[in-house]
Design a protein around this ligand. Structure first.
Ligand code: ZN
Length: 205
């Protein structure tokens, strides 16, 4: 009886954890269950490290008050750096896009993270993403070029179009990444060469 109780309790814990993993992007119910069983068999130390990594992520990581990139310091290391070219701001949808662009090493300017793209079908309007923050950042600034690096899908294009119309009247040159990126590309998955070419070949919007 005690054994049965134990089994039921542990099975509950496994399905609870599997349920949590299943909420994560790209993890279906099968994978979620596999990870939960893997963790059950792994050492207590391994489980603790994972739990602590998640907690420390939630405790330490915040958004930069200037560019809205994820950071442990405010401003983030890119905004705080004196080596970055502060006459350029590259606007991206997600923090992961910055990682992809930084990986190419081709860009030395600053960033602005929108945290999404305009999508009327999903109810994401212009106020749901960090658009007014970038406009106030650009107003009366020394910025000479804004690079629109939103994704090349419908939402990304709509967002770029909207931003272009708002930014051009400020007297700032607006460019869009070149068409080397196939339609439908999410920036974070673009390879270094394609992304570098798209940057070099960026065109006036
Ligand atoms: Zn920043």
């Amino acid at each position: 009886m005690a054994d049965k109780q134990f089994n039921e309790d542990s099975a509950d814990a496994i399905s609870h954890l599997a349920g949590e993993f299943n909420k994560l992007p790209g993890i279906g119910p099968k994978s979620a269950q596999r990870i939960a069983f893997f963790l059950m068999r792994s050492s207590e130390e391994q489980g603790r490290q994972l739990a602590e990594a998640i907690l420390s992520l939630k405790e330490k990581v915040k958004l930069c008050s200037i560019c809205f990139n994820v950071t442990e310091t405010d401003p983030c290391r890119i905004c705080a750096s004196v080596q970055r070219d502060n006459s350029r701001i590259c606007i991206v949808e997600q923090p992961q896009d910055i990682i992809a662009i930084e990986h190419t090493g081709i860009y030395t300017g600053l960033y602005h993270v929108l945290h999404g793209a305009i999508s009327p079908t999903e109810g994401i309007g212009t106020d749901s993403i960090r658009i007014k923050e970038v406009i106030s950042r650009l107003t009366d600034s020394d910025v000479q070029e804004v690079i629109l690096a939103t994704n090349t899908n419908l939402e990304g294009e709509q967002t770029a179009m909207y931003l272009g119309k708002l930014i051009q009247p400020l007297g700032i040159s607006v460019t869009r990444l070149a068409r080397g990126l196939p339609f439908g590309t999410e920036l974070e998955y673009a390879d270094d060469v394609t992304l570098s070419r798209a940057f070099e070949g960026r065109q006036t919007f």
